[in-house]
Design a binder for this molecule. Structure first.
Ligand SMILES: *Cc1c(COP(=O)(O)O)cnc(C)c1O
Length: 368
């Protein structure tokens, strides 16, 4: 028996990622391969780096896609900054903060965490108090918590972290390309993302950027980076002028990332942020008119990922099953503290469209 061909239904992806992919990106992936050191591919790598600086809002030289998913970029940030014995402060108000803390510990960090209930954000004073109690060399925080739908303000926190001479690592996996991340404006030292959320590219290439303070720290390490694959001192030489072989860049995935970034530039990043905000507002208004309640207050509600409370007496998993089987719509359930309590609705990149919002609202109205 020959295995069946791939035959996927035409899903409308409104979950926490992957988001839908522009047909132009899919077309780019079908481009014939060239060698990863072919001059044409090297040119594409350089242009990809410029486009990444544009979306990160940075001039940082060391700005590259990590070959792997968002978690690989997260691990790269941690592995390159943390040396065994380093005091690390991780802000945990959702699933991805916990993942960062676990990683920092595995790389030998002396990890301390501060926490907030899922759906809330940290105040600058909470970070200051934690650093006052025990200074840390590295502070890690999530900008857009995909597990809770909260958007963390960063300006003041960045200033506090720097006043303690620490490095700030920020997870922008669910904000890059959908919400301003302002790496240089805010002064984020290490910032990483993924391709399959607001950049609307298949998973597999994950942007990371390091500012001057992070580069200095990398150069002053006393020990080698524990992960060989994620060691940016070597990856830097592959993406820089030396072009020293480190690993084979995933060619087709890089074609996709390049095209996805080019589409951001074509739309302009400012218009893309505005589109994410407007379509999110359209969704929130529609959900409220169905008598549903958002989990996160408007002040720090994330446009790219909405958590909406499941009404009493409703089997949340059954609604999701029907959305998928009857309407081809994917949304997601809650994680951790919010399991069974919320639905998570993503409006990211190419998925952030008025017609998708209308379709989801109409389907939800029928099912509820
Ligand atoms: C999705 C996500 C990740 C992990 O990315 P993967 O591509 O699933 O490895 C990390 N942080 C946040 C905030 C995310 O939403």
């Amino acid at each position: 028996m020959v295995a069946p061909e791939i035959n996927m239904p035409p899903r409308i992806l409104l979950g926490p990622g992957p988001s839908m992919v522009d047909p132009n990106v899919l077309k780019a992936m079908a481009t014939p391969l060239v060698g990863h050191l072919d001059p044409e591919f090297l040119g594409l790598m350089n242009r990809t780096q410029s486009l990444l600086r544009y979306v990160f809002e940075t001039e940082n030289q060391l700005t590259v896609p990590v070959s792997g998913t968002g978690t690989a970029a997260m691990e790269s940030a941690v592995a390159n900054m943390v040396e065994p014995g380093d005091p690390v402060l991780v802000c945990c108000n959702g699933y991805f903060g916990l993942r960062l803390a676990d990683m920092a510990e595995r790389y030998g960090g002396e990890v301390e965490t501060i926490s907030r209930p899922w759906g809330e954000v940290f105040t600058p004073d909470e970070v200051r108090a934690a650093l006052e109690k025990r200074p840390a060399k590295i502070v890690a925080i999530v900008h857009a918590e995909t597990s809770t739908g909260a958007l963390q303000p960063l300006e003041e926190i960045a200033a506090i972290v720097h006043s303690y001479d620490a490095i700030l690592i920020v997870d922008v996996v669910t904000s890059l390309g959908g919400i301003s991340v302002g790496v240089d404006r805010i002064g984020i030292d290490v910032c990483y993302s993924g391709s399959q959320k607001c950049l609307s590219c298949p998973p597999g290439t994950s942007p990371i950027t390091l500012g001057p303070r992070a580069i200095e720290r990398l150069q002053q390490r006393k020990t080698k980076v524990i992960s060989w694959y994620l060691d940016l001192t070597m990856i830097q030489k592959y993406w820089g002028s030396e072009r020293t072989y480190h690993h084979t860049a995933p060619i087709s995935a890089n074609y996709a990332l390049y095209e996805a970034l080019r589409l951001v530039q074509e739309e302009t990043i400012e218009k893309r942020w505005a589109r994410h905000r407007e379509n999110a507002q359209f969704l929130w208004d529609g959900l409220e008119s169905l008598d549903l309640t958002m989990h996160v207050p408007l002040d720090y509600r994330l446009p790219s990922l909405t958590t909406v409370r499941v009404p009493d007496g409703i089997d949340e998993a059954r609604i999701r099953q029907h959305l998928l089987s009857d309407y081809n719509i994917e949304i997601s359930g809650g994680l951790g503290e919010l399991k069974g309590k919320v639905w998570r609705i993503g409006l990211m990149g190419y998925s952030s469209r008025k017609e998708n919002v209308l379709l989801l609202l109409a389907a939800l109205e029928r099912l509820l």
